[in-house]
Structure formats: structure tokens, C-alpha cells
Design a protein around this ligand. Structure first.
Ligand code: COA
Length: 266
């Protein structure tokens, strides 16, 4: 599947179960406008439709990347910024569609990842960056704060001191610094970046998809509820996973040494 929306390209490799959304405004460093926010939601809906058509699970992983090598996304589109109503910048719906998408979503960060672009990456389950990437919250220079929860989410990952430093100074930090602070999962040298991301994504795609989805939910529940509720949730889902064909398949592969399991999401 390959579909060009106005600001996002949607692709789906049915063989591997890997979907890709490419933010596609490279001349504006993939700056996020209303069209792009809408297209990200539409793109995820298109991928979810694939699941609905499949007996089992079709979409195992989604990658979000920026077109060109200069930027993942240089933040909200600041052309014609002033005098516009807050609704014009509301990225919460788009963020929620990423957080709530059933399969894991990987932000593949190459180049600038700023403002709303960093907030989009924070909505993803994983952030993998090339070594030369630069991250930051420049909103303060416009008299603003990151409007889609950026300070809140960096605080959860790295603590409020780093979140405040990023958002108050507006300075760009290296991928390496962001990784040290826990905001980035992995940093790879630019030359090895493509291959390293592919390997990570393929590894996830090869795992039992219902367990992967349950783990995504469990991680999300963990930041939204207390430990007691979270453990109850895990126990419930664990019982459901015990009933799946994929669990049986995994157990069989473990028992029979030379057998490669095939997980179908049932
Ligand atoms: N919104 C709209 N257009 C943007 C943009 C944004 N957030 N960020 C970059 N662009 C556009 C530039 O206007 C420029 O367009 P042009 O070629 O038509 O003039 C093009 O992308 C390339 O950007 P440029 O500034 O020339 O590249 P650079 O390498 O010199 O600098 C940045 C890169 C990211 C440091 C710089 O573009 C920048 O600071 N952008 C704004 C980031 C920002 O404040 N984002 C948060 C908004 S809340």
C-alpha cells in the first residue's frame, strides 16, 4: 500500500506488517500544520483498516519519519502564527491517535526534532535518533510553552529539571544528551542509522503481536493509574494472552529446539 496524502505519505508492507508515515513537507523542514496533523490521524486510520480486514493482526509496527535528511519535524508551522485561535494548534487529538494506536509506533528521528515535532516523537512508544539529530523546545522564544504536553512528558521520562531546562532555554540538545536523560531510546551513528532502525523495527514485528499490543497498553496504563490498578490490568490481560494461539506457538517453539515460531496475532 502506498498513498500520498497532502502532507503525509502512508505506506504499508503487508509481508512484514510494517506501516510507515512520512511527514512530507521537506522544504519547510516538515513543519507541522493543520493538514499534517489531520493526515497523521488519517494515515493511522488507513493502517487500522488493514487490521480490520485481516483474520488476526496485520499491522505489527508503525514508523513515523520525516522526508529528507534535515528534519524529523521542525515544530509547529510558524508562518502566520499570531492572531490565530488556539484550536488551530491543537495537537492533542493527533497525539492521542498515536498513543492509542494498538501497535507500537517508532519515531525515527533524523535531523531537527523541535517543538511539536518533539511532542509527536514523545507520543510514540520509542524514539530512535541519528547521532547528528538536534532536539529542543523553542516555543519559549515565541512567548509560548510546548502546547501538547511536552514539558509533562519529558518530566515523566527525564524528570522536571531537564524538562524545564529544555523548555526554558529553548536550546537544542544533542541526541546523545537526550538519550542520557532517557528521552531517546537509542542513538546510532548517521551511517548505521537506517540499518539499526530497520533491525529494531523488524525485531518488534517478529514478536507475537497480541503480547506486543498488551505490553504497549500496560506501559500506557502505568503512567495513567496507580500501581495497584496497573497490576490488576496486567493480571487480567495475562489470562487472556494465555488463551491465544500465539502463546501455544511460542511454547511449542520453546519445547522443540529447531522450530521457528510464526505468530499471527490470534
Ligand atoms: N514553520 C514553518 N517553516 C519552517 C519552520 C517552522 N517551524 N522551520 C523551518 N521552516 C522553513 C524555513 O522558513 C525555511 O523556509 P524557506 O526556505 O522558504 O525560507 C526552511 O524551512 C528551511 O529552514 P531554515 O531556517 O532556512 O533552515 P536552517 O537550517 O537555517 O535552520 C532551524 C533550521 C530548525 C534551526 C530553523 O528553521 C528554526 O529555528 N525553525 C523554527 C523552529 C521553531 O521555532 N519551531 C517551533 C515552533 S513553536
Amino acid at each position: 500500500m502506498h498513498e500520498e496524502l497532502d502532507a503525509v505519505t502512508v505506506e504499508f508492507d503487508a509481508e512484514e506488517g510494517i506501516g510507515t508515515l512520512t511527514l512530507n513537507r521537506p522544504d519547510a523542514l516538515n513543519a507541522m500544520n493543520g493538514q499534517m496533523r489531520a493526515d497523521i490521524e488519517t494515515g493511522l486510520e488507513r493502517l487500522a483498516e488493514r487490521d480490520a480486514e485481516e483474520d488476526g493482526v496485520a499491522v505489527r509496527v508503525v514508523v513515523i519519519e520525516g522526508a529528507g535528511e534535515k528534519a524529523f519535524c521542525a515544530g509547529a508551522d510558524i508562518t502566520g502564527f499570531s492572531g490565530v485561535s488556539p484550536a488551530a494548534f491543537d495537537a492533542h487529538g493527533m497525539r492521542d491517535s498515536v498513543i492509542e494506536f494498538p501497535a507500537p509506533v517508532v519515531a525515527k528521528i533524523e535531523g531537527y526534532c523541535l517543538g511539536g515535532g518533539l511532542e509527536l516523537a514523545l507520543a510514540c512508544d520509542f524514539r530512535i535518533a541519528s547521532a547528528s539529530s538536534r532536539l529542543g523546545f523553542p516555543e519559549v522564544e515565541l512567548g509560548l510553552l510546548p502546547g501538547a504536553g511536552g514539558v509533562q512528558y519529558v518530566s515523566r521520562l527525564a524528570g522536571p529539571a531537564f524538562a524545564k531546562e529544555l523548555a526554558m532555554t529553548g536550546e537544542h540538545v544533542s541526541a546523545e544528551r537526550a538519550a542520557e536523560e532517557g528521552v531517546i531510546n537509542h542513538v546510532h551513528d548517521d551511517e548505521e542509522f537506517e540499518e539499526a532502525v530497520r533491525e529494531f523495527v523488524e525485531t518488534l514485528a517478529g514478536k507475537p503481536p497480541l503480547a506486543i499490543r498488551a505490553i504497549k497498553d500496560s506501559g500506557n496504563v502505568s503512567v495513567e493509574t496507580d500501581l495497584r490498578e496497573g497490576r490488576k490490568y496486567d493480571r487480567r490481560v495475562f489470562s487472556t494472552l494465555l488463551e491465544t494461539d500465539d502463546h501455544e506457538e511460542g511454547a511449542r517453539a520453546f519445547a522443540e529446539d529447531d522450530y521457528d515460531p510464526e505468530f499471527v496475532g490470534k
